[in-house]
Each structure stands twice: as structure tokens, then as C-alpha cells.
Ligand binder design. Structure first.
Ligand code: OSB
Ligand code: MG
Length: 374
């Protein structure tokens, strides 16, 4: 297929309620959507980075810059037989995984549509019942958190992740365990602790957590291996894993017993498939992380979660937890048993609500291949 045109759009979507992590609070999402056009078809994707460089270096504005000035020009007018050829076209770009992922993932969606296959089957997925968990942010009070957990447990979600940070950890976990002694519970620190906190982190062992996600530096693997040797709780890496080599290094060093794969953070489907295969071979289970995605990114996450080694409940939950109205139809729903069923329609598997997207768009640009490009 030839990439004839790419539309970059920025949409603004207010979250139904604020989401707070150890690095800050988000109320309104600024999301970049990509529409890649070829042969009368469109492939859609989303850049999954945040608004500020606090989770990783990428932001909505750096993504727009890299897309406009580098990533899109590198693929415009180019032909591909398979979307796994797209990463090589952008190989000069260092970092900016989430930005590159959007370009590649739109091509996967496009080709799945052309093949008349749902994206999840097109990437080689096979799971038809996806276990769901939720990620619950830091709240104004422990009471608010207990109430939120109660709501999600009642809705059927299979595992609860809470965000933690120094000062919002032991006391909070104690209360949560008092109210919910038997739930599958985990904590995500988003790199809020240091080597000075090993004894403190070891004290979390008493809470029987399913895992502790990225407690140390966002770019660290080695010190997590030292920590994993000292605590009983399984360490799960998120921020530190960008490609299959990182995953292999983490596994060889014993830095984690579980890996969170985020499709954007690893740079797109081609890389995600490699990370998946490395973990599967090593017997390390994985789950799909979330980045407060709109329905388009959510649909891509659902597709990835159908790969065989995604055995643990992911952070991909119902649209209505985030948005008053999502930009896909139907919205993502989760059963009372905490299950998402992947769609059967071709490509994304959901209709893209282009009218609503237009209303939410604050900026857009279409880049077209010149007639002479190969
Ligand atoms: O660390 O998993 C994370 C949201 C933004 C940035 C980082 C993370 C998260 C979440 C939310 O935990 C997952 C979601 O509900 O989309
Ligand atoms: Mg995380």
C-alpha cells in the first residue's frame, strides 16, 4: 500500500474525573490522532503520550513536532507490503517511541481493514476473553479511594491497581486491605522511590500485592534487580521497557517477574510482538498497560491484549470510566465478570466517530505525498 496522506489532529477531551499519579494530576487530555490514507481507506491511531514530560520524555507537543517535521515525511509516499516494514523507514529517529508507534499502528489498522480482518487477528492474536483490571489514581482522601475501589469491584473488574507514592502508601494499603482482604491488588509507584527506600518497600510484602509496578527510576533496570532480590512481592516493569532488548536484560538480571507492555512505550506493534515473544519464551507473564487513551488507542490496546502471553488482567477498561462520550462506536464495555470481548469487525473493529472528532479538534494538518514520491 502507498501512504498517500496523513492527517494529524489534536483533540481535547475532559476526563470524567481527574487522574493523579506520583508525578501529577490530569483533568483534560490533549490527544493527537493520526489518520493514514491509502486506496480510499483510512487507518487510525493515537499518540499515547501525556501532556507533560513526567511519565516519559514525550509530550503532545513534542509528538506533533516529530510527526510533522520527521516521522510523517519519512513515510509519506512510501509503499509497504506489510506494516512491519514501517519502523525501518523511521529508524533515524531516536526515542519518541509513542510518536513512531502512532505512525506504524495506523498502518497496521489500515492493512487489517484492507484484509477485511479485525486488527487483533491480523497481528496474530488469539485470546477471545480479555481479563480487565482498573488503575485507580491518588485521591483526595483514603475514604474516596475505598469508595472508588468498591465501585470497581462491584462493576466486576478482576484486579485493582492503586497509585502509590511516599506518604500515600503503607497507611493507604493497610486501609485498602482492611476493607478488601481478598481482592487482587497491586501498587504502581511510577518511579517515586529510591535505593534508600528498600526496607520501606520490603514492608509492602505484608499486603500480599500481586505486584509492585516500577518503584524505582523510570530508566532503571539494574537497581530493580537488586530490589527484586530483597522483596517477596513481584516487581513489574513499566517505564523502563522500550524494546525486546530491555525486556531480555530485565529478565536476565532478574529485575522483574512481570512486565507491563504499553503499545506506544515500546514503539508500536512490531516491537510489542517482539517484547511479547521474549517474555513468553522466558515464562514471564505480561499485561497491557494504559495511558488514559481515547477509544482509538483503547481499541489498539484490546488488539494487543489478544496475544497469548497477555495472561494477567490489564489496565484497559471501559470507555465510560474516562469519557462522557468516547470517539468510537460502540464504546468499549466490560462485562460483569470483568471481561472485554475483542470486536469482530475489520480493522479497529469499532466505528470511528468522525463528526465527534471534528467537534473535539482544536488543530489539524493534512500532509500529502507529492506526485513524484516513490
Ligand atoms: O503508569 O500505568 C501507568 C496513566 C498515565 C500514565 C501512566 C500510567 C497510567 C495509568 C492509567 O496507570 C491506566 C489507564 O487507566 O489508562
Ligand atoms: Mg505504570
Amino acid at each position: 500500500m502507498k501512504i498517500e496522506a496523513v492527517v494529524i489532529r489534536e483533540i481535547r477531551m475532559p476526563l470524567v474525573s481527574f487522574f493523579e499519579t506520583s508525578f501529577g494530576r490530569t483533568d483534560v487530555r490533549r490527544i493527537l490522532l493520526l489518520e493514514v490514507k491509502s486506496e480510499g481507506l483510512s487507518g487510525w491511531s493515537e499518540v499515547t503520550c501525556g501532556e507533560a514530560p513526567f511519565y516519559c520524555h514525550e509530550t503532545t507537543d513534542t509528538a506533533r513536532h516529530i510527526l510533522q517535521d520527521f516521522a510523517v515525511p519519512m513515510v509519506l509516499g512510501k509503499n509497504f507490503d506489510h506494516p512491519s516494514e514501517i519502523p525501518a523507514m523511521m529508524k533515524l529517529i531516536r526515542g519518541h517511541e509513542m510518536t513512531r508507534a502512532a505512525v506504524e499502528n495506523a498502518a497496521w489498522e489500515l492493512q487489517a481493514r484492507k484484509a477485511g480482518q479485525p486488527l487483533w487477528k491480523f497481528i496474530g492474536g488469539s485470546r477471545t476473553e480479555l481479563p480487565c483490571g482498573v488503575s485507580i489514581g491518588i485521591k483526595n482522601s483514603i475514604g474516596d479511594l475505598i469508595e472508588a475501589i468498591g465501585r470497581e469491584v462491584a462493576a466486576g473488574y478482576q484486579r485493582i491497581k492503586i497509585k502509590i507514592k511516599p506518604g500515600w502508601d503503607v497507611t493507604v494499603l493497610e486501609q485498602v486491605r482492611k476493607h478488601f482482604p481478598n481482592i487482587l491488588l497491586m501498587g504502581d509507584a511510577n518511579s517515586a522511590y529510591t535505593v534508600d527506600d528498600f526496607a520501606h518497600l520490603k514492608s509492602f510484602d505484608q499486603f500480599d500485592l500481586m505486584m509492585l509496578e516500577q518503584p524505582l527510576w523510570y530508566d532503571d533496570i539494574y537497581l530493580h534487580s537488586r530490589l527484586q532480590r530483597e522483596i517477596r512481592t513481584a516487581v513489574c516493569l513499566d517505564e523502563a521497557i522500550h524494546h525486546a532488548r530491555d525486556a531480555q536484560e530485565a529478565i536476565d538480571l532478574g529485575a522483574c517477574r512481570i512486565i507491563n507492555i504499553k503499545l506506544g512505550r515500546v514503539g508500536g506493534f512490531t516491537s510489542a510482538l517482539k517484547v511479547h515473544d521474549v517474555t513468553q519464551k522466558a515464562g514471564i507473564p505480561v499485561w497491557c498497560g494504559g495511558m488514559l487513551e481515547s477509544g482509538i488507542g483503547r481499541a489498539h490496546n484490546i488488539a494487543m491484549s489478544t496475544l497469548p502471553n497477555f495472561t494477567l488482567p490489564g489496565d484497559v477498561s471501559a470507555s465510560k470510566r474516562y469519557w462522557k462520550e468516547d470517539i468510537i462506536e460502540p464504546e468499549v464495555t466490560v462485562s460483569q465478570q470483568g471481561i472485554i470481548t475483542p470486536p469482530s469487525a475489520p480493522g479497529l473493529g469499532f466505528e470511528v466517530k468522525t463528526g465527534l472528532i471534528q467537534q473535539l479538534t482544536v488543530w489539524e494538518q493534512e500532509l500529502r505525498a507529492s506526485a513524484h514520491a516513490v
